[in-house]
Ligand binder design. Structure first.
Ligand SMILES: [Fe+2]
Length: 182
């Protein structure tokens, strides 16, 4: 028989240390922040894909878009595990990073290496923010004893790291290539 999740059991997750409820609240807010950030990225990535010229880059960003949709679903699973409603808390950092990506697109001509590498670097800044956030969230989940949640957070963190590495390789290959066009 499938084990009941905390949500199904109606139990509300709290910090295992009743003297420190703020640690749980901080963790929950971190997950809410990530939920906003990932949802925002789902809306932002299609413009980056449409603005890129390199087919390899377009494909990599499209793959990351479907992965990001998976990250949203994974966060919903985490809320369920915690017995919390899936609530997004505005992430100012992701909003700023997305704006920066848009400005790179506005200030570089289409079909140039400048545009494509600009998109890659903007995407990597997003990845680095996410890696830092997932690393912190994972540590908090482990500390609070939410082992299933920690495993889910770790999976996403690993995927973000893989994407970051792939983007680095792509930037090198675009910039070290002979063509000045994308
Ligand atoms: Fe993500």
């Amino acid at each position: 028989m499938k084990q009941q999740t905390k949500a199904q059991a109606g139990a509300k997750a709290t910090s295992p240390n009743p003297a420190e409820p703020e640690l749980y609240t901080f963790f929950r807010d971190t997950v809410r922040d990530l939920y906003w950030a990932e949802n925002h990225l789902v809306k932002t990535l299609p413009k980056m894909i449409a603005s890129a010229s390199s087919e390899v880059l377009k494909k990599a960003l499209a793959k990351h878009l479907s992965e990001t949709e998976g990250h949203v679903n994974r966060l919903e699973k985490i809320f369920e595990e915690l017995g919390e409603k899936a609530i997004a808390k505005k992430c100012d950092a992701m909003e700023g990073l997305a704006k920066e990506g848009e400005s790179v697109i506005e200030t570089t001509p289409k079909g140039t290496r400048a545009r494509d590498t600009g998109i890659i670097f903007a995407a990597q800044k997003v990845e680095h923010y996410e890696i830092a956030s997932y690393t912190g969230a994972h540590l908090l989940a482990s500390t609070l004893g939410f082992n299933n949640v920690a495993t889910l957070l770790q999976k996403t963190q690993t995927e973000e790291q893989r994407t970051d590495k792939l983007l680095s390789e792509m930037a090198t290959s675009i910039l070290m290539g002979k063509s000045k066009k994308a």
